[in-house]
Design a protein around this ligand. Structure first.
Ligand code: C2O
Ligand code: CU
Ligand code: CU
Length: 518
């Protein structure tokens, strides 16, 4: 039997109400649907650790037009907080995992070996991936030495494609250059397993992007932002399903609204400092928090010009750059930006702040402008071409209501009044057809679709919001909002999911399946 959170949560004390009232943990902010889990470990001083970027993964082999990678999912002990040792679950034992770099059209096979003690599922977020490699939440990779054999097994009416020890995930990369990320997607346990470290970057480039004069090399850096909390002994705290184990992190039911940490990690380092030349840098910002929305600003802002020039979103380059004084990112959203440090006097310390946070989470990292340097980069007026998706007048319109479940003693969130059931397909979109998907929410629900990106048509009946531009795969749906998007699924038939990317909501059933058809 596959142990599922839904069975364990039935009858959990408190109900959702506790989690929602728990918004007090974020000082009653209307900006978050989540609850703060405070660290018991002392928080380190900020800006004392140098910035680091995750290592780029070398291929295991390249032959016959296929590039192969081998990643081992394993535990590791890292010194994340000074003087304390933290056990993580990491891809190759790293936090974040190693970065995979690929080209458009390059066929990549990643062999994930599960050397952990729990089942995993790996999903490439933003990938245009065949269904069998997309990480359907019940397609488990069981730990290496388990007793259950691999094969297709029945999971409450759904077929689960179970592997033991390892699985090859195949990515044709038939998609534009973009900042993707990969992370765990095990049904009912994604929040816990991503929180413990299972997340990494996956960057796709293409000829179009390479011809642009954007900053490259060590001036093109990822910022994978995660909030986490630590127990007194340095271990990661996370609310437990088991009340007997809940001494440290509380019971998950109390955190049904979502778990917020109080330590801000950038690429696994708490509040790092990055020494920069007084030139342009490209940053690929990924909100990899379980539930936290962030708002990024520079303090001080540059003497002239915008703090951030956005060049890309979830699905790659925008058509034209867009200037912002602040960026608001919901969980799983990506913003590809250029920051121009040339206006700052050498010696300036520029803090990246998060006014949606408070106390320790109100700052993210710091830049120290160290020296002048030459810069041959530029931000072209025109970055790319985006084909507008225009739904036909009789295009299918599908409604997806993201609402809390009824107060029946269970902690659950629902889409269209239903809990996730991997055996139930809630839509059968036809490949190649543009559809209108309308999302509606009671609280903050970052809605994510698998397989293909979408374009925002309207937000609250008006045009797209400031952060909705370009190809998106995750949308920051705020309380009582209606957002309409145009989406067209292509190439791959099979089962996929859409879900809330507040990972606690996702685990508590705020997910739906659809099957693409010819
Ligand atoms: Cu980033 Cu279905 O997830
Ligand atoms: Cu995804
Ligand atoms: Cu949600």
């Amino acid at each position: 039997m596959i142990v599922s959170r839904r069975t364990l949560l039935i009858g959990a004390a408190g109900g959702l109400g506790a989690g929602l009232v728990g918004c007090a943990g974020t000082a009653g902010s209307p900006e978050q649907t989540a609850r703060l889990l405070p660290s018991a470990a002392p928080l380190p001083d900020r800006f004392t650790r140098p910035f680091q970027a995750p290592p780029v993964k070398p291929p295991a082999s390249t032959s016959g037009g296929t590039t192969r990678y081998e990643i081992t999912q394993r535990t590791a002990r890292l010194e994340i907080l000074p003087g304390l040792s933290t056990e993580i679950m990491g891809y190759d034992g790293l936090l974040p995992g190693p970065t995979i770099r690929a080209r458009r059209g390059e066929r990549v096979v990643v062999r994930h070996t599960n050397a952990l003690t729990v089942p995993t599922v790996t999903h490439l977020h933003g990938g245009h991936t065949p269904s069998a490699s997309d990480g359907y939440p019940i397609d488990l990779v069981l730990p290496q030495g388990g007793i259950v054999g691999p094969g297709h097994v029945d999971h409450g009416g759904a077929t689960a494609d179970i592997s033991r020890g390892s699985r090859d995930y195949e990515y044709p990369h038939d998609q534009r250059a973009a900042t993707l990320w990969y992370h765990d997607h095990r049904m009912d346990f994604t929040g816990a397993q991503v929180w413990r470290g299972l997340a990494g970057l996956h960057l796709i480039t293409d000829d179009e992007e390479e011809q642009l004069p954007l900053p490259t090399g060590d001036r093109d850096l990822p910022l994978m932002i995660m909030d986490r909390s630590f127990a007194a002994d340095g271990s990661l705290s996370y609310p437990s399903l088991d009340p007997n184990l809940a001494r440290i992190g509380g019971v998950i039911g109390e955190y049904a609204a979502g778990v917020l940490g109080d330590v801000m990690l950038v690429n696994g380092v708490p509040w790092p400092e990055l020494e920069v030349d007084a030139v342009r840098y490209r940053f690929r910002i990924v909100n990899a928090c379980n539930a936290r929305r962030i708002r990024l600003e520079l303090d001080p802002p540059p003497p002239s010009g915008d703090s951030f020039v956005q060049i890309g979103s979830d699905g790659g380059l925008l058509e034209r750059p867009v200037g912002h004084s602040a960026l608001v990112a919901a969980p799983a959203e990506r913003f590809d930006v250029v920051i121009d440090f040339s206006g700052y006097p050498v010696g300036t310390e520029v803090t990246m702040i998060n006014p949606l946070g408070s106390g320790s989470t109100a700052t993210v990292m710091r830049f120290r402008v160290a020296r002048r340097s030459t810069d041959d980069s530029a931000i072209p007026e025109r970055l790319s071409t985006i084909e507008p998706l225009r739904p036909a007048p009789d295009a299918p319109v599908r409604e997806w209501k993201f609402l809390r479940g009824p107060s029946d003693g269970r902690n659950h969130w629902q889409i269209n009044g239903q809990d996730f059931d991997p055996a139930r397909m809630d839509a059968a979109p036809r490949l190649g057809e543009v559809e209108v998907w309308r999302f509606y929410s009671d609280l903050h629900h970052p809605v994510h679709l698998h397989l293909d990106p979408f374009q925002v048509l309207t937000r609250q009946g008006r045009g797209p919001g400031d952060y909705d531009g370009g190809w998106k795969d995750t949308i920051d749906l705020r309380p009582w909002e209606t957002v309409e998007v145009a989406v067209r699924f292509t190439d791959h038939v099979g089962r996929y999911v859409l879900h809330c990317h507040n990972l606690e909501h996702e685990d508590m059933m705020m997910m739906a399946a659809f099957e693409t058809v010819h």
